[in-house]
Design a protein around this ligand. Structure first.
Ligand SMILES: CC(C)(COP(=O)(O)OP(=O)(O)OC[C@H]1O[C@@H](n2cnc3c(N)ncnc32)[C@H](O)[C@@H]1OP(=O)(O)O)[C@@H](O)C(=O)NCCC(=O)NCCS
Length: 180
């Protein structure tokens, strides 16, 4: 079992407990695991829900496939209800990106579980730091991230930013978390 799966099992327990407390009739099959190729379509669709509202960047199908090993997914009864990716940018930093939890599953600890699983993976890789660009400052603060000057992010990171329609007027907050 990978580190991601181990941490996922531990973290998802909280989400399952939340579901039981909400009185769900069917027992939950909520599972957090590394993404697989057949998940790619649902990942694109989940991200699109928020990207269509300008809350995050779209990820085209081909890009998700190429980076499928970056992704962790939360799955309930075969449905992808959460996703997030860890993308190595340089030898000392990776980006946490494409984080999304379906609205009907919000507030159950799934977002936290995904980020923690990605952090464990970053630590396994030997990275000292992860960062994210986000509108969800309060959420990431709860997970130990602090606001940083975006100028401190590695130059290689900007190659993705150049592709973004918001490049000239980006209002996302840069946040980072130092790792053990
Ligand atoms: C942001 C998002 C990933 C949170 O997922 P979630 O599963 O609902 O979050 P969790 O239940 O794991 O919340 C973890 C903690 O953060 C808090 N939190 C969640 N969303 C929050 C928000 N928008 N603002 C402030 N706190 C938030 C929760 O209350 C919880 O706090 P607690 O541990 O003290 O109880 C989800 O709302 C989402 O997909 N948003 C739209 C897409 C998006 O903006 N993605 C981020 C792109 S970088």
């Amino acid at each position: 079992m990978t580190d991601v799966e181990t941490v996922a099992k531990r973290r998802v327990r909280k989400a399952e407990t939340g579901e039981r407390e909400k009185g769900a009739r069917e027992s939950s099959t909520l599972q957090l695991r590394p993404a697989r190729i057949p998940d790619a379509t649902q990942i694109v669709q989940l991200i699109a829900r928020y990207a269509n509202r300008g809350m995050m960047l779209h990820r085209p199908y081909g890009e998700v496939l190429e980076n499928i090993r970056d992704f962790v997914v939360a799955v309930d009864r075969g449905r992808v209800v959460g996703c997030g990716a860890l993308h190595v940018v340089w030898d000392d930093v990776a980006e946490i990106r494409s984080l999304a939890v379906a609205e009907e599953y919000a507030g159950r600890g799934i977002g936290r579980a995904i980020v923690e699983a990605l952090v464990v993976e970053a630590e396994r890789l030997g990275l000292p730091r992860v960062f994210t660009l986000t509108y969800q400052q309060a959420f990431f603060e709860k997970l130990g991230f602090v606001v940083v000057d975006r100028e401190t992010l590695p130059h290689k990171f900007w190659k993705d930013c150049f592709k973004c329609v918001k490049f000239a007027y980006c209002d996302e907050v840069a946040m980072a978390r130092e790792l053990e």
